[in-house]
Design a binder for this molecule. Sequence first.
Ligand code: TIU
Length: 220
Amino acid sequence: MVEIPAEPYPYPLAPGATALVVIDMQRDFVEPGGFGAALGNDVSRLLAIVPVVARLIALFREHRWPIVHTREAHRPDLSDCPPAKRARGNAPTRIGDEGPMGRLLVRGEPGNQILPDLAPEPGEIVIDKPGKGMFWATGLHETLQARGITHLVFAGVTTEVCVQTSMREANDRGYECLVIEDATESYFPQFKAATLAMIRAQGGIVGWTTPLAALEGALR
Ligand code: TIU
């Protein structure tokens, strides 16, 4: 175990059994004209974490530890998109509709691609998930179990939606979870702060939080 300075107490990272999970760093959420913008959000805040997430990915590649990249993505026929999800918000442009970066939140479309600066490398795990959480209808738990992964380090967007949902799902499946504070972002700064606070409250009821510099310092 390597002790990582974290809140609410040091995180016991298990070398060889730890994977990085980068949640939904796709154009749909970070660039104008995507799904995030269609929901009425100012997407510009999210771009700022890209260099930090890139540093975190580099750290895991340096150690040759597994990296999982997720995308929120639906099949082109939308058979994996519940009608309620598509209808929610009553937005003029919805999941599956044509936008400036192709069909919103649909697999293979330009907007559904991970940002070039954070692109997966061969051998890394890429998961298309139809929900907010990374375990729903993806088979990811079995993939991680087959590799002996017990610890997950989280990054990506948005903190209180797909990151938090995935981290809570992972916690219920027995994974020890650490979220990197400056490698995640929300359209709403107050939601990010509240999410990090509730994750580490009550003795780390969902997991731990720490800045990237603390992880780098402990691992290098
Ligand atoms: N809307 C919002 O904040 N997030 C999402 O819809 N998906 C993810 O968080 N990836």
